[in-house]
Design a protein around this ligand. Structure first.
Ligand code: FES
Ligand SMILES: [Fe+2]
Length: 423
């Protein structure tokens, strides 16, 4: 683990003092302390990330019994596996004997998970099937040692996990997106491509960057040429409202234009943010491609191009940008204090075939380029906030409004966590 000690005397009481100071000065970027303290990072994992609903995989990645993929977050490795009854589980990749990691390959098919250390063997539902010679230990019962697990919720084929086994079901909060996100029939979609972009920066810098488009006009020339979201809403209001009016008819999906926003402190239950909106593409662009022309067959129930794109948030760190012919999912998770995985997943309609219906290079062109541009600016942002001369500046009231909602939730949650006595 990479540790950057802010100060040798970093402590929960120091963190509490910083939180109090932050709450007083809302409206300005947060203190660099929060990007540099390992105590803060550990608290964030426990109080925010391990209690939130986070996208782990798509059902099509584990179609058969025994299929699994690993999802890695922080120092944790979680096995997303389909058992022999076809049920999906999220099992902690940690043996219940003396803690060895069970499974190294990032995906595959298994009838059992056998620990490489002393060969304890687990079924794909997480139960302990055999523990070599342990019958010699009096009272030993295999039923007492199943793999630990995270909660699982499947929404439209997207597998969400929550490391809190008592987390509230997120399907109620998510159901407000049924019409808008349902248009794409993601449960039948296919993962055309996915990539993990490693960003050498604290996870909050990556998330904060996603939550604002103040930087889009300068940092993302290709994105800015195609998406009206890069501009102030008053400047593009007429075009966006014309698009919203024609959207249900042209896409053939009633309700696709409806807005919903219950995120962060307003989420219906902790870590179950849900947001849907539709924003306009500039004239001449039907989709997010280089020439503005379609790059794949229309998705799900969608019947035509309305010059719009669906913008979604599902949970605190998972987002989607959905064009009529393809969908792009974003997820940010920490892998250390100053290391973040930005996962990007490109979905196409389930029956689309590469080479015949879509070209991978054309499909991924815009968001591969845009993510690399983000990687560049976030890396520089990280260097800057770690400077002793950085003084947090003011947020833009419109462009950085959503980012401030995240910050408010973040400070509130941490404050409550550190108010409780240390575990
Ligand atoms: S640590 Fe897994 S069997 Fe011993
Ligand atoms: Fe960006």
């Amino acid at each position: 683990m990479k540790i950057i000690a802010t100060n040798q005397d970093d402590s929960r009481s120091r963190m509490r003092a910083f939180l109090t100071q932050e709450k007083r000065k809302r409206g300005k970027a947060i203190d660099p302390y929060f990007y540099r303290s390992d105590i803060v990072y550990q608290e964030e994992l426990g109080a925010l990330l391990f209690k939130s609903w986070i996208y782990a995989a798509h059902v099509s990645e584990v179609p058969k019994s025994g299929d699994y993929v690993l999802f890695e977050i922080g120092e944790e490795s979680i096995i997303i596996v389909r058992d022999k009854n076809h049920e999906i589980h999220a099992l902690m990749n940690v043996c219940r004997h003396r803690g060895a990691r069970l499974c190294e390959a990032t995906s595959g098919n298994r009838t059992t998970f056998v620990c490489p250390y002393h060969r304890w063997t687990y079924s794909t539902d997480g139960s302990l099937r055999s523990a070599r010679h342990m019958e010699m230990r009096e009272g030993f019962d295999k039923a007492d040692y199943p793999l630990k697990r995270a909660s699982v919720a499947i929404y439209m084929g997207l597998i969400f996990i929550n490391c809190d086994p008592h987390a509230a079901d997120p399907l109620g909060p998510f159901s407000h997106l049924d019409a808008q996100l349902g248009a794409y029939e993601l449960e039948k979609a296919k993962v055309a491509h996915q990539n993990t972009y490693k960003i050498p920066a604290n996870w909050k810098l990556c998330l904060e960057n996603y939550l604002e488009c103040y930087h889009c006009a300068g940092a993302h020339p290709a994105y800015a040429k195609r998406h009206t979201f890069q501009d102030l809403s008053a400047n593009v209001a007429a075009d966006v409202s014309a698009m919203l009016q024609r959207a249900p008819e042209l896409t053939g999906v009633p309700g696709i234009e409806k807005e919903h926003e219950r995120i962060y402190l307003d989420a219906e239950s902790f870590g179950a943010c849900a947001e849907a909106s539709r924003y306009g593409l500039y004239e001449g662009f039907l989709t997010g491609s280089e020439d503005g022309q379609p790059v794949a067959p229309l998705m799900g129930k969608i019947k035509g191009y309305d010059g719009g794109a669906g913008d979604f948030q599902v949970g605190p760190v998972t987002f989607m940008l959905n064009y009529p012919d393809h969908c792009v999912l974003y997820r940010f998770v920490p892998r250390g204090l100053t290391d973040t995985d930005a996962q990007v997943v490109w979905f196409v309609n389930g029956d689309a075939e590469e080479g015949r219906d879509y070209d991978l290079g054309k499909l991924t062109w815009l968001w591969h380029q845009t993510t690399q541009e983000d990687q560049f600016i976030i890396t520089r942002n990280s260097k800057g906030v770690n400077s002793n001369f950085f003084e947090p500046g003011p947020y833009h009231p419109e462009f950085e409004a959503t980012l401030q909602k995240f910050v408010a939730w973040y400070l509130d949650t941490l404050e409550r966590a550190v108010a409780a006595p240390a575990q």
